[in-house]
Design a protein around this ligand. Structure first.
Ligand code: PHE
Length: 339
């Protein structure tokens, strides 16, 4: 019987050594140590033994059981460890591989130049004002000294919603909104979209952007307008840029002017970009008409002001030598990437 026990231990250990799966360990345990297992079968025959032999064999049997159990649990931990190692190896990430680059968007050139202009004016103590893009006839025209039959209305082909409501054709409407709600001193700019019923070509679009400026205070003069605009353009285009103020007419400013900048391309000599003029028109401006001030409840005998409206697209096109306005709206990434 002792031999049988030894044999069982040897066989169990040999089988265990060649085990590679946790599942087969369980089978092995049942086969050797289970109720119907080989070791149990031997113990059942213990009755046949003599009183002296019984404790010796019993002890040996217990030892064999303990040994096999220990070997089983050792093997179990070894198999678990190698399964874990294999899992880690299979799931590991190779951090030396190059990552997938993320393409980061950037600001549209219109936004970039608008932000620059905002910063320059904020530096001069201006606030930013906002106004509605869908507005009424009063704020876009009438309050700006453009009564219903005024011929200057014809130059702004307007999108009407109905007789009274329209898409604003100029940010000058914000002048009125601001003067209705704020008392002088007023110092604001108002960037925004405007709409005119124009056919699309290289220099026209039914939607474009203006930046309105308005200053109202005691003793504001034309020279303040000149100084402000010169400061803006020098900051934007460098100290060598040259402005030209030409007399013009706007119903809501008196006197009025248009302001041109010396052509970026030819330096005033004349080229295709400036249509041989040497200068490029940038904006309209003037001293706020007393009628406009009075209409907004501001006493024109005490206060005066200047206003200007500049075309953002034109500034951007000059800045980056873009010769077709449509490029700014097509959102072709190959174009936008360049700024
Ligand atoms: N609103 C005018 C335009 O669209 C520009 C302008 C603004 C002129 C303010 C004078 C004062 O042409």
């Amino acid at each position: 019987m002792k031999e049988q026990l030894k044999k069982i231990e040897e066989l169990a250990k040999a089988e265990l050594a060649s085990c590679t799966e946790i599942k087969s360990l369980d089978e092995l345990r049942i086969r050797y140590l289970g109720k119907k297992g080989e070791l149990t079968a031997i113990l059942k025959q213990m009755g046949k033994l003599s009183a002296e032999e019984r404790p010796v064999v019993g002890q040996l049997a217990n030892k064999v059981r303990a040994d096999i159990e220990e070997a089983l649990s050792e093997k179990l931990s070894a198999l678990k460890a190698s399964a874990q190692a294999a899992k880690i190896a299979a799931e590991s990430i190779d951090i030396t591989l190059p990552g997938k680059p993320q393409t980061i968007g950037k600001l549209h050139p219109l936004s970039k130049v608008e932000n620059e202009i905002r910063d320059i004016f904020m530096g001069m103590g201006f606030n930013i004002a906002d106004g509605p893009e869908v507005d009424d006839d009063y704020h876009v025209f009438e309050a700006l000294n453009l009564p219903p039959d005024h011929p200057a209305r014809d130059t702004q082909d307007t999108f009407y919603i109905n007789d009274k409501i329209l898409l604003r054709t100029q940010t000058s409407s914000v002048q009125v909104h601001v003067m209705e709600t704020q008392k002088p001193p007023i110092r604001i700019i108002s960037p925004g979209r405007v709409y005119r019923s124009d056919a699309v070509d290289a220099t026209h679009s039914p939607l474009f952007h203006q930046i309105e400026g308005l200053v109202v205070d005691k003793g504001i003069k034309m020279s303040d307008l000149k100084g402000t605009l010169e400061m803006l353009m020098k900051k934007l285009y460098g100290n060598n840029c040259k402005l030209r103020f030409r007399p013009h007419h706007f119903p809501f400013t008196e006197p009025s002017c248009e302001v041109d900048i010396m052509c970026f391309n030819c330096g005033g000599k004349g080229c295709s970009m400036c249509k041989d003029e040497g200068y490029i028109e940038l904006l309209g401006a003037g001293m706020v008409h007393p009628k406009v001030l009075e209409g907004c409840g501001i006493d024109s005998s005490i206060y005066s002001g200047f206003a200007f409206g500049l075309g953002l697209e034109r500034m951007v096109m000059g800045r980056y030598s873009i010769n077709d306005l449509r490029l700014l709206y097509e959102n072709d990434v190959r174009f936008l990437e360049q700024f």
